[in-house]
Design a protein around this ligand. Structure first.
Ligand code: C2E
Ligand code: MG
Ligand code: MG
Ligand code: MG
Length: 283
């Protein structure tokens, strides 16, 4: 059933998922505090060139270490943040933090990697987004070409006319756009070719059983072919084994992301990972 949420004039749908038990409600309040008080953290997961094994980019993933409940996974609190509208602040916090981190890396003469930031549908459709991004890029003096926005297929495919103009605007500003969790939504293929998107990320559900499931193999091959025909790059997410890597490499998938190379890492460990790789290249 639908009920009116106190104070903010928003409607929320109570689902059988029971997202709105007392625990979730108090979690929502805690999350607001967590954003205000900088309790959230970013982890960084490398994206690796399938051919060379060298690092090609990195995705920032938000982490919440709750003061009493301990670490809470994004799959638990992102949906809560989306339902309460808090996601806009959360995503803005992530974007700003990433830009500040990029500036820091520059100051330390670290490799200039493209850093990817996830945006939820609500954040992407928020009218202030382009202005917010412009302001933060200016304030932190980050080159927009160094930032990639990851939008899910369903985010991009809903409200297509609005989406298209926002995407064009972001592209004009110099940002990269990637289509996340590809294959799980309902892409209109005729629209896909019109979107200013550089990269498609194959959802990890197609990678998990890739070496044994012929259906998944067909899907993955088709996505790679489709993306290449549209002049887009392909990233496979959730790659955990050498066999999966070999299949993807054989089928010309450009980039690999997954535990096989590295899980998401706290910033110092990520810097260490990059430094170690650079040292190996020098040998
Ligand atoms: P995503 O953007 O598709 O991120 C990939 C997820 O796969 C991450 O989960 C990552 O830790 C996980 N992963 C990476 N390699 C492997 C692997 O080899 N095997 C498996 N099984 N999993 C792997 P995480 O960090 O828990 O994030 C889950 C989702 O939460 C993300 O999916 C994204 O949709 C959302 N999310 C995370 N950070 C943010 C954020 O800052 N803003 C928004 N709006 N959403 C975020
Ligand atoms: Mg992502
Ligand atoms: Mg994904
Ligand atoms: Mg996801």
């Amino acid at each position: 059933f639908i009920s009116k949420k106190e104070g903010r004039g928003q409607y929320r749908v109570y689902s059988s998922l029971n997202l709105h038990d007392d625990f979730s409600t108090s979690l929502e309040l805690d999350l607001r505090r967590a954003i205000d008080q900088n309790q959230l953290m970013l982890y960084y997961q490398p994206k690796v060139n399938a051919d060379t094994g060298t690092i090609a980019g990195v995705e920032a993933l938000v982490r919440w270490n709750h003061p009493t409940h301990g670490p809470i996974p994004p799959d638990r609190f992102i949906p809560l943040a989306e339902e309460s509208g808090l996601i806009i602040e959360l995503d803005q916090w992530v974007f700003r933090s990433v830009c500040e981190q990029v500036t820091q890396w520059h100051r330390d003469n670290r490799m200039p990697l493209i850093v990817s930031v996830n945006l939820s549908m609500l954040s992407f459709q928020h009218a202030e987004l382009p202005r917010y991004i412009t302001r933060v890029l200016e304030e932190t003096r980050v080159d927009p070409r160094q930032i990639e926005l990851e939008l899910t297929e369903s985010t991009v495919m809903s409200h297509l006319d609005l989406t298209l103009s926002t995407l064009r605007q972001l592209k004009e500003m110099g940002l990269q756009i990637a289509l996340d969790d590809f294959g799980t939504g309902y892409s209109s293929l005729s629209y896909l070719s019109k979107l200013p998107i550089q990269t498609v990320k194959i959802d990890k559900s197609f990678i998990r059983d890739l070496t044994v499931d012929c259906g998944d193999q067909t899907i993955v091959k088709s996505i790679i072919q489709l993306a290449h025909n549209l002049n887009m790059n392909v990233v496979a997410e959730g790659v955990e084994s050498a066999d999966q890597l070999i299949f993807l490499r054989e089928h010309q998938c450009e980039q690999i992301q997954g535990y096989y190379y590295s899980p998401p890492l706290p910033e110092p460990d990520f810097v260490e990972y990059v430094a170690q790789q650079q040292a190996e290249l020098l040998v």
